[in-house]
Design a protein. Sequence first.
Length: 423
Amino acid sequence: MDHFGYRQGEMYAEDVPVRDIADQVGTPFYCYSSATLERHYRVLTRAFEQQGLDLLLCYAVKANTNQAVIATLAALGSGADVVSEGELRRALKAGIPAEKIVYSGVAKTEDEMAFALKAGIYQFNVESVPELHQLSRVAEHLGLTARIAFRINPDVDALTHAKISTGKSENKFGVPWRQARGIYAEAARLPGIEVVGLDVHIGSQLTRLEPFREAFERVAGLIETLRADGHDIRRLDLGGGLGIPYDPTDQEPPHPESYAAMVKEVVGGLDCRIIIEPGRLLVGNAGILVSRVIYVKEGEERNFLIIDAAMNDLIRPSMYDAYHEIVPVREKKAEKVPYDVVGPVCETGDTFARGRRLVPMQSGDLVAIRSAGAYGAVMASTYNTRRLVPEVLVKENEFAVVRPRQSYEDLIGLDRLPDWLAQ
Ligand SMILES: *Cc1c(COP(=O)(O)O)cnc(C)c1O
């Protein structure tokens, strides 16, 4: 459930007409709803509470890194899952305490490790043996200890898009579960390392519970083995990945309550602190991308709705063949007609939807691309020298621009001419 609905045919973000924001901010822009963020956070944490599980929710910041979004979740008590020093800096700056931050990622550098160690983060999720040794060296050098979990690759099929599937043995992520015993034994001997847990994250936008269950069962067995080997495994990080509804005609992904019940059933008996790293689930349906129709172009075979947002603003349709619901900001009563909804970028891939049935649209009309809060603004680029679009956060009847539109000066001014060209 989100807080983008219609009143007298006009789309609102909470209590703010979307059109008013467009008038003040211009298009395109991202618009996020505080109430939706809060709702998703509470539904998820309550689901785990009801199961009596000791939970640390670490929002996977990479889904939406706007400081205002992170700060909204921080105020609710959220921790963070970060995958770079930049994200760690963002999380800390937005008010998430270091002791609620876990650090994931296959390629942490020495500098990043040192920064995170000095910040005093809760846990490193280590993804390889070379990384383990590097982390131990960096920690020892600083006179600190890194608390770690290994990210285990359970070799299960997440049944999601290939580009966001991460738990198969052919993926670059984690250490093979069959090698886990040896690797934990190695970690236990290293000076800068304290082994505290185990981590697994098998992919994103999972729409079924079975792959999670399969992975968690594998991991539960492993924890028992590792404990028998003498390791004090007291934290279990289950990653993120629970999907959200994008297409209203599809079957809904499992509800957080079913997910939490499954977690309880499979790993509840292990007496571990449970960490989860949801990204999309918290922010995906809390955001829309609002865009204006530039032209309606009647082609030979199809009609094109050319809008002012493009693949550089929201790349999910081109990159993951993702479905996003597209709706008019002003409802109309008219028979729907099919459009290819496209942006201005000079690539055929710059297509948000093909043959999408919408009420007849005209130049100047506003549309909202729904479910754009996750992996939207964060994946934007300036391709075609298009400026990064503003982000707006709504709270009840107020809204704030939480990132202004980039200026051409800022964008072009990033470049420097070498001496031999500068005259
Ligand atoms: C991307 C990512 C997440 C979040 O995934 P969602 O599908 O957005 O929930 C969590 N953990 C790790 C390690 C990730 O890489």
